[in-house]
Design a protein around this ligand. Structure first.
Ligand code: C2E
Ligand code: MG
Ligand code: MG
Ligand code: MG
Length: 287
């Protein structure tokens, strides 16, 4: 009967919700040990200048290799870590690791670029970010300009005055700031000229649909805004030659996306870069 079907549907939703809830609680519990058990891994994704054919930066992204559940996406565990506050020690660890890895790449003359780390609003609220960054730079001996923080518009706009204050202090350490997923959050357009940022990152949603006229209009305007405010601009989620051609025709040459490289371990990143350099040095006649 219809009534029975309705009942079953409710039961289905209940079970579904229960399973989601149980998994969430399980992850929450396991996350407390994940840092000490060294289950978090960092992967690096290249930012490539398609005009000069050079590596210009990397983004560090977090992975959780869970002993029983396998690889868990940051899209799932970052929100949980924000609820529990664990995002603060996780970010502290992350910044420290990234600075040490980058210092190693610099000293070994392998790659000399800046690496960005994603910031959660909770980290800004903790008021501990300055101290974390200062400590990581001291311990690693990395120069501040080789560390970059990626913030979203929603962080920037949640408590504008306080965010600006923290960002100004951080930039005093030489650190760079970029505005991630630009164009998707609460609009920060009105305060963009007040925000101490160096780079706009065009959200991958626009790039994915850049065959649409409306998305093309948005992308061109983001690039124009960046140029007018003297900011750098990076396109995220670049996967095709067509996207690259369009972006370059509008004046954006720095790309991050699967077309150039997926996020990879530090060892794979070294190998990837080595291969890229060999490629660049092969005379074109012999290809
Ligand atoms: P995000 O900062 O916007 O990072 C870009 C995401 O797009 C990454 O997903 C990356 O793997 C993916 N991506 C890059 N190129 C392409 C492409 O060509 N095609 C497609 N389809 N995807 C591409 P990931 O690593 O799963 O991270 C998702 C989000 O999780 C990040 O978005 C960021 O908001 C958050 N996140 C990751 N690591 C951290 C972290 O250490 N701290 C904080 N607070 N958030 C993090
Ligand atoms: Mg990011
Ligand atoms: Mg992004
Ligand atoms: Mg994103």
């Amino acid at each position: 009967s219809a009534k029975q079907a309705g009942k079953n549907r409710y039961r289905f939703y209940d079970e579904q919700m229960n399973r989601t809830q149980t998994r969430k609680m399980e992850l929450e519990k396991d996350m407390r040990k994940a840092l000490v058990h060294e289950e978090f891994k960092i992967v690096y994704q290249p930012k490539w200048d398609s005009r000069t054919d050079r590596l210009v930066g990397m983004e560090a992204l977090l992975r959780w290799q869970h002993p029983r559940l396998g690889m868990i996406s940051p899209a799932e565990f970052i929100p949980i870590s924000e609820d529990t506050g664990l995002i603060v020690p996780i970010t502290r660890w992350m910044i420290q690791e990234v600075c040490c890895q980058n210092k190693h790449w610099h000293d070994s003359n392998e790659m000399k670029v800046s690496i960005s780390v994603n910031m959660s609003i909770r980290v800004f609220e903790s008021q501990l970010l300055y101290e974390m960054v200062e400590q990581a730079l001291n311990v690693s001996k990395l120069e501040g300009e080789h560390l970059e923080l990626e913030i979203t518009e929603s962080i920037a706009m949640s408590d504008v005055a306080n965010t600006i204050e923290q960002l100004i202090a951080l930039r005093g350490l030489g650190v760079k700031v970029s505005l991630d997923d630009f164009g998707t959050g609460y609009s920060s357009l009105g305060s963009l000229d007040q925000l101490p940022v160096d780079t706009l990152k065009i959200d991958q949603g626009f790039i994915r649909n850049s065959d649409q006229r409306s998305k093309q209009a948005i992308i061109s305007n983001i690039i124009a805004i960046a140029q007018n405010l003297d900011l750098d601009v990076v396109a995220e989620g670049v996967e095709t030659q067509e996207q690259i051609q369009f972006l370059r025709s509008k004046g954006c040459s720095i790309m991050q996306g699967y077309y150039y490289g997926k996020p990879m371990s530090s060892a794979d990143m070294s190998r990837w870069f080595e291969a890229k350099q060999l490629e660049a040095h092969v005379p074109s006649e012999s290809i």
